[in-house]
Design a protein around this ligand. Sequence first.
Ligand SMILES: *[C@@H]1O[C@H](CO)[C@@H](O)[C@H](O)[C@H]1NC(C)=O
Ligand SMILES: *[C@@H]1O[C@H](CO)[C@@H](O)[C@H](O)[C@H]1NC(C)=O
Ligand SMILES: *[C@@H]1O[C@H](CO)[C@@H](O)[C@H](O)[C@H]1NC(C)=O
Ligand SMILES: *[C@@H]1O[C@H](CO)[C@@H](O)[C@H](O)[C@H]1NC(C)=O
Length: 179
Amino acid sequence: MCCMPYFVMLFIGIANLTMKGDCRFEFTNVNCSSFDKKFGEFEYCFLKSVNRSYKYFSAKLQLYQLPISIIKINLVMWKRYNGYKPFLYNITVDFCKFINNRKSNPVANFVFESYQRYSNLNHSCPFNHDLIMEKLSIDIMNHRMTKILPFPEGDYLFETTWFRSRVRTFVMKIYGTLS
Ligand SMILES: *[C@@H]1O[C@H](CO)[C@@H](O)[C@H](O)[C@H]1NC(C)=O
Ligand SMILES: *[C@@H]1O[C@H](CO)[C@@H](O)[C@H](O)[C@H]1NC(C)=O
Ligand SMILES: *[C@@H]1O[C@H](CO)[C@@H](O)[C@H](O)[C@H]1NC(C)=O
Ligand SMILES: *[C@@H]1O[C@H](CO)[C@@H](O)[C@H](O)[C@H]1NC(C)=O
């Protein structure tokens, strides 16, 4: 096995070693939905393959009630066995609090660092603009999934659910395979 589960590595104390082997992470599908179209809608949300080695994810969320100073986001990581089962992480962050103290939540910070250069959801609150994810590339995820935080091989789903006053407003699902 080329990708050792992170918790095993942590346990045996080698989490900082770079793993050998050639695991690859591939995005396979995305699905973005809005459950409150008066609050916001996805203008686009897609994966694009430029060539065999360059594939990226882009999305734009148009927001109709600005500014936004409270964003609650739940992230659940799923792994497929017979059907997807929650795997390792189920975290909820109050984004506006988190962004002012990123060390408070290492998992959220890992996710944040993965996308921060590709998204304008990368500064402190409030937000006065639409939210954009621009060309988050596989290579970045590849490096982060296989070198920094190695996971076991398999199919994964990263599901983020956004809440506004406890009501689900947006769901973004990113599917990928680590092989
Ligand atoms: C996308 O996700 C929504 C809910 O999050 C679901 O209702 C819909 O069926 C999904 N679409 C596809 C193509 O899987
Ligand atoms: C894939 O496309 C990117 C962006 O256009 C380019 O930089 C890269 O050289 C291409 N790779 C191959 C193998 O063609
Ligand atoms: C994630 O955790 C929350 C709060 O503990 C819980 O309500 C929710 O059902 C969990 N989600 C999954 C997919 O297990
Ligand atoms: C935030 O994202 C924008 C692109 O949307 C980028 O130009 C900028 O450098 C990013 N800022 C940080 C602190 O990463």
